[in-house]
Design a protein around this ligand. Structure first.
Ligand code: GLU
Length: 479
């Protein structure tokens, strides 16, 4: 039975890279009829952020990633929050000490600093110098009894090559001389990530560890820990890094990295999930749109690349647009409605659905239904008018033509696309001007913008009274 876990640390927001890890775990579990587990790795109290656990859970729910075991969900291997398991880790650390696979270290942070500085100065890699590795049992016991602060370190074997297999990267080896005598238990009695992670992976019967490439260098330590405990290690799969367009590591500086930001900015969870699924996984099909069911059916770790995956924002925008186009205005309304409320735009559902229908082909995010379409909900203020467009189209000639057109529009009994088009064409022909000479100034007067959906369509949605009012107002006030 496949058992995988997503093991985030509650340090604030959910990185898109973590979303991908969570998604791949979920897909792998579902594809194999296995179990997907959520485990909160909160043993680093200095990095803990209030509310971060709730945020992880909310974000996963929004993204549609389900867990079979975890905090709140429960399960036979709980608790699933590491800070509630500290006794377990302490007992395991003691077992390692008893077997001589770990040792107690009393070095102060001042001493460690001095050692590090000396190593830096001499150009050697910064590693613990193993000062306490061979203290006698008696000395250790006396110093602990006297209350001296201490940590527990893993005794890395000397002169060994540590080997393991990675499902994505193949066979990997690390020379043990490059591996630090890792702290397993800190002086505050809390475990480090390494100890807690492998104890839990074992106790929670994890079969596949799927995580980001940044954890690859920790894996040899984990392999040694499994051996020390006499446990069978799980299978490992390290996912490729996410990169910016310039192939640097995806960073906050170059754009949004928090899933919450994408949610706020009006991306649909299905679109983001589809996009994130393709960051590193190469489906055999050329098709790029995958529902979650398609992903579960097709996902496979063998088709995950080793090389970094570029996070291409334009592609995400394209994908989001594709998803929004496929939805009906009625389905989009509940997603757009809260955004309208945020901007204090008050319109009926029926009206909002008509706006959504005319905007649907030209939006990339949910916000575009609101901010690119603000003139549907309120008359333009012209505060941000495109001056170039205005000086080109809002000429004296244009104004006098609009003045002549106004009574004809007013006289029209029907107010729909075809009727409006007929009025404009008729006027244009009778006066031997191109229709563009009327369309541009009309658009400007009614929307305050130079771009948007087809003019006749938008006029018919906004309605006769309001359009006429706006045209009159612009003729009087817009200079
Ligand atoms: N707590 C680690 C993280 O925040 C988990 C790494 C792992 O999956 O082993 O990503």
């Amino acid at each position: 039975m496949v058992r995988v876990r997503f093991a985030p640390s509650p340090t604030g927001y959910v990185h898109v890279g973590s979303l991908r890890t969570a998604l791949y775990c979920y897909l792998y579990a579902r594809h194999h009829g296995g179990v997907n587990i959520l485990r909160i790795e909160d043993t680093d109290r200095t990095r803990y952020v209030e509310g971060a656990v709730e945020n992880i859970i909310r974000t996963m729910e929004w993204a549609g990633i389900e867990f079979d075991e975890g905090p709140f969900t429960g399960g036979a291997c709980g608790p699933y929050v590491q800070s509630e398991r500290t006794e377990i880790y302490r007992a395991h650390a003691n077992q390692l000490i008893a077997n001589n696979d770990a040792y107690v270290c009393f070095c102060t942070s001042e001493r460690l600093d001095t050692v590090r500085k000396q190593q830096q100065a001499s150009g050697t890699p910064p590693m613990y110098d193993r000062h306490c590795r061979n203290l006698s049992k008696e000395e250790v016991a006396t110093r602990i009894a006297s209350g001296e602060p201490h940590v527990v370190r893993l005794r890395i074997p000397i002169g060994e090559v540590v080997r393991f297999h990675d499902l994505i990267r193949g066979d990997i080896e690390f020379d043990s001389k490059t591996i630090d005598d890792q702290v397993l238990l800190k002086s505050d009695g809390f475990p480090t990530y390494h100890l807690a992670n492998i104890v839990d992976d074992h106790m929670m019967e994890i079969t596949h560890v799927i995580r980001g490439e940044e954890w690859l260098s920790s894996t040899p330590k984990h392999v040694l820990l499994y051996r020390a405990f006499g446990w069978e290690p799980p299978k490992f799969a390290h996912l490729p890094l996410l990169l910016n367009a310039d192939r640097s590591k995806l960073s906050k500086r170059q754009g949004d990295v928090a899933v919450e930001d994408y949610r706020e900015k009006g991306y649909l969870p299905h679109a983001l999930i589809n996009f994130v699924a393709l960051l590193g996984w190469n489906p055999s099909a050329t098709e790029e749109i995958f529902t979650i069911h398609d992903l579960i059916r097709d996902f496979d770790l063998e088709r995950v690349n080793k090389g970094g995956a570029v996070f291409n924002r334009e592609k995400l925008d394209w994908m989001n647009a594709e998803y929004m186009r496929k939805m009906s205005p009625h389905e989009l309304l509940p997603l757009v409605r809260p955004l309208l409320e945020k901007r204090n735009f008050v319109v009926s559902d029926e009206y909002a659905e008509r706006v959504i229908a005319v905007m649907q082909e030209r939006v990339h995010t949910l916000w575009d239904f609101v901010d690119f379409a603000s003139y549907f909900y309120a008359a333009p203020t012209f505060a941000d008018v495109d001056e170039k467009y205005k000086s080109k189209h809002w000429t004296e000639e244009a104004k006098s033509r609009l003045g002549e057109l106004l009574p004809k529009l007013d006289a029209s009994e029907t107010w729909n696309h075809d009727a409006l088009e007929a009025i404009i064409r008729e006027y244009a022909e009778a006066n031997a001007v191109s229709a563009g000479k009327l369309i541009h100034p009309l658009r400007l007067a009614v929307t305050g913008r130079g771009m948007g959906p087809g003019l006749f369509e938008l006029l018919s949605v906004i309605g006769k009274e309001e359009c006429l009012r706006r045209i009159r107002h612009a003729l009087q006030h817009l200079t």
